[in-house]
Design a protein around this ligand. Structure first.
Ligand SMILES: [Zn+2]
Length: 149
């Protein structure tokens, strides 16, 4: 049972406001998205290949609208998936063509490995409660969070 951040009296799991003093309660105590807390939601955004589904749900939901950190992870997870798609759809087919030197057939496979490693790295970091900003993608994610506030 959570307690009021203001007066310390017990409040209901789904209460937006304390019944005793009327103080607004942190949204993490409210149910929604199957009772997902911000931490779990953030971690799920980095599930390789499927995390983007969670990320989109997080970004579309009212529940996490004010949770900057969760939104940051959602965007970063989403951009990781976009990177994966780019590698799959652009660099992969291009490297299959003969004569395009910058894209050696091994490059696409290597880039996919990098994205996969980044997903796993972020799963671990986020599970440990760390907010790690990936190069480029982390910056993009931060900008996206700020834009939509
Ligand atoms: Zn209270």
């Amino acid at each position: 049972m959570p307690y009021c951040t203001q007066c310390g009296k017990p409040v209901g799991e789904a209460d937006r406001y304390c019944a005793h003093c009327g103080a607004a309660q942190p949204s993490s105590w409210r149910n929604g998205l199957g009772g997902l807390n911000p931490r779990s939601a953030s971690i799920l955004c980095y599930l390789p290949l499927v995390g983007w589904i969670v990320a989109i749900i997080v970004l579309a939901s009212n529940r996490f609208r004010k949770e900057r950190l969760v939104r940051f992870h959602a965007f970063q997870g989403l951009y990781l998936f976009v990177t994966w798609l780019l590698v799959d759809w652009v660099i992969g087919p291009m490297s299959a063509m003969v004569g395009i030197k910058p894209f050696h057939p091994g490059v696409a496979a290597l880039l996919k490995l990098v994205v996969l490693a980044a997903w796993i790295f972020m799963l671990v970091k986020t599970a440990q409660g760390e907010t790690y900003r990936l190069p480029i993608l982390g910056e993009l994610a931060e900008r996206s969070v700020a834009e939509r506030e």
